[in-house]
Design a protein around this ligand. Structure first.
Ligand SMILES: [Zn+2]
Ligand SMILES: [Zn+2]
Length: 224
């Protein structure tokens, strides 16, 4: 366990900008290729008397080809680490959207035409904030729900683990890592282990503040 404070929150914002022309062109080509591949699949099915799926694939394929020439999504630099983040919609349609940096795991929020760091003080509690489970990860010496001095150390129990994790048996692998979760007298079960379809293991936090401390404490470690 480690004593660690709240990492600073950058005050800088980064603008949402268009992809470079080069990138937009690559993006268009990839989408067109997928669209054409679907159309080819549809044509093959049509020849083999599978009319329904032929039409489904054909419609999807044509839709993709058409969409590839439409407006592109926007990109921005992560306010924390500068990594590139993509997939923001044009015309302020992503306004208010919370988004996580794939590199540093910090959360940011879209506000107008900019991306700014999400401040734990202003973020609503109750929604989940996700981090990887770090290999040989360590816990900050603080309740995972509120940051108070821990009085108890719990193990993740079955009810903190999603069904898929149990089925895949991945939990056994990380049992050592996920024991000794620090809690104060007031809190329990504030942390959940999830396994995604792609078999990635995630911790879901209710407190963004404590999530950030966990990430900071394990900055040099790799996801398990
Ligand atoms: Zn980042
Ligand atoms: Zn607590």
């Amino acid at each position: 366990m480690v004593d660690i404070g709240d990492p600073p929150i950058p005050q800088t914002t980064s603008p949402l900008v268009n992809m470079s022309a080069e990138e937009a062109r690559k993006n268009t080509i990839v989408v067109v290729m997928i669209g054409l591949a679907l159309c080819a699949g549809g044509w093959w099915l049509w020849q083999h008397q599978n009319g329904f799926w032929a039409v489904v694939l054909g419609v999807l394929g044509v839709g993709l080809v058409v969409a590839s020439f439409g407006p592109k999504t926007l990109v921005a630099a992560c306010p924390f680490c500068g990594a590139r983040m993509s997939g923001f919609l044009q015309n302020n349609k992503s306004d208010g959207k919370q988004t996580q940096c794939p590199k540093c795991y910090e959360y940011s929020v879209v506000s107008g035409k900019t991306l700014r760091a999400l401040d734990p003080a202003s973020s609503s509690q109750g929604t989940g904030f996700e981090t990887p489970v770090f290999k040989d990860g360590i816990w900050p010496r603080a309740c995972v729900a509120c940051g108070a001095s821990p009085t108890r150390f719990d193990d993740l129990t079955k009810r903190n683990v999603n069904a898929l994790a149990l089925v895949l048996g991945r939990v056994i692998l990380v049992k050592g890592t996920l024991s000794g979760v620090p809690y104060c007298d007031q809190h329990r079960d504030a942390l959940e282990l999830k396994v995604t379809q792609s078999k990635k293991m995630l911790l879901e936090w209710r407190s963004l503040r404590m999530m950030r401390r966990y990430v900071a404490a394990n900055r040099s470690r790799q996801p398990a």
